[in-house]
Design a protein around this ligand. Structure first.
Ligand code: GNR
Ligand code: NI
Length: 167
């Protein structure tokens, strides 16, 4: 097991569009395990491969209170969306900042599991928000892209300053 380094905004690597996962092998299973360990340790409710500098289309998540409902989505697609909802979002790549984002309220998702098997399910509430947030990462998109450029710039400057002090 290994903890992975989480890239922080405004790292340009977070802007990479991830490629499909094509090989469902032991390396993939190890990456999934390491991503879960990294997500639970952070702690966070989701983690996209992009955030750990792996530019393949997979994400892990667990939105449960008891942290016993781990879910891995490989090559996820939204096949249906319904309604709109606003929620305060945070991101492990934008630590310490929370902003309101409007997203689809209910979604139907198609994805593959770690062995490559295709499955579908419906999600709403926090789970739906988390899936859309993680799928954005796979497109190189961050939740701060939904707020004003003035606010985003302020966050960028503060995180850059923090990084300088820390290094
Ligand atoms: O841990 C996280 N919490 C969260 C809260 C509201 C909306 C989205 C999220 S995802 C975030 C972890 C993360 O950055 N995933 O990419
Ligand atoms: Ni995030």
């Amino acid at each position: 097991m290994a903890l992975l380094n989480i890239l922080q905004f405004p790292d340009p690597r977070l802007r990479t569009r991830a490629k499909p996962v094509e090989v469902f092998d032991d390396n993939l299973a190890t990456l999934v395990r390491d991503m879960f360990e990294t997500m639970y340790e952070a702690p966070g409710i989701g983690l996209a491969a992009t955030q750990v500098d792996v530019h393949r289309r997979l994400l892990v998540m667990d939105v449960s209170e008891d942290k016993d409902q781990s879910r891995v989505l490989i090559n996820p697609e939204l096949i249906e969306t319904q309604g709109e909802e606003e929620m305060d979002e945070g991101c492990l790549s934008v630590p310490g900042y929370y902003e309101t984002v409007r997203r689809a309220e209910k979604i139907r998702v198609r994805a593959q599991d770690v062995s490559g098997k295709v499955f579908e399910f419906d999600a709403d509430g926090l789970e739906a928000v988390c899936i859309q947030h993680e799928m954005d990462h796979l497109e190189g998109k961050l939740f701060v892209d939904y707020i004003s450029s003035l606010k985003r710039d302020r966050i960028r400057k503060k995180l850059e300053k923090q990084k300088k002090i820390a290094s």
